[in-house]
Design a protein around this ligand. Structure first.
Ligand code: ZN
Length: 146
């Protein structure tokens, strides 16, 4: 059985990967009951792969709701910043949160958008669009109240 985490090939009745120790996910025989079933990535035994995937889906849906509305509408973000608003942004790529704003940087030479953990300078926009750069940094922002 191939480990989904590190890709090591393991003997078919192994429960855990001999290389990284992760549970081996796939069809197997339960050592205790001798029943054939699907071992999930959580190490538990399921009647089918479907059952396991259903559980994973349920766990995902049970995650706490974020109490504010976020958006990836980067054209709107650009517009908001250009209007002088300060917008709370998350760069999912660097896992940071910052107050984004349009500004002139301290050297007086650079103009652009300050996202705290990264900047988009006006001269960057000659090579890529604002939207593409936000995409690159995996930005999500909080929709301000109207
Ligand atoms: Zn492994």
């Amino acid at each position: 059985m191939k480990c989904k985490k590190c890709g090591t090939e393991n003997p078919s009745l192994k429960k855990c990967c001999t290389n990284c120790g992760a549970y081996l996910e796939g069809w197997t025989v339960n050592n205790v009951t001798r029943e054939v079933g699907y071992r999930g990535g959580d190490g538990l035994f399921y009647e089918s792969e479907e059952d396991y995937l259903t559980k994973v889906e349920q766990l995902k849906n049970n995650q706490p709701m974020i109490p504010y509305k976020t958006s990836r509408d980067y054209s709107r973000l650009k517009q908001l910043l250009n209007e002088g608003n300060e917008i709370v942004c998350f760069s999912l790529k660097s896992k940071e949160c910052a107050l984004a704003k349009k500004q002139t940087f301290c050297d007086g030479q650079n103009f652009g958008y300050n996202f705290g953990c990264f900047h988009i300078f006006d001269h960057d926009l000659e090579e890529a669009t604002f939207e593409q750069l936000c995409e690159l940094y995996d930005v999500e922002f909080i929709e301000p109240d109207k």
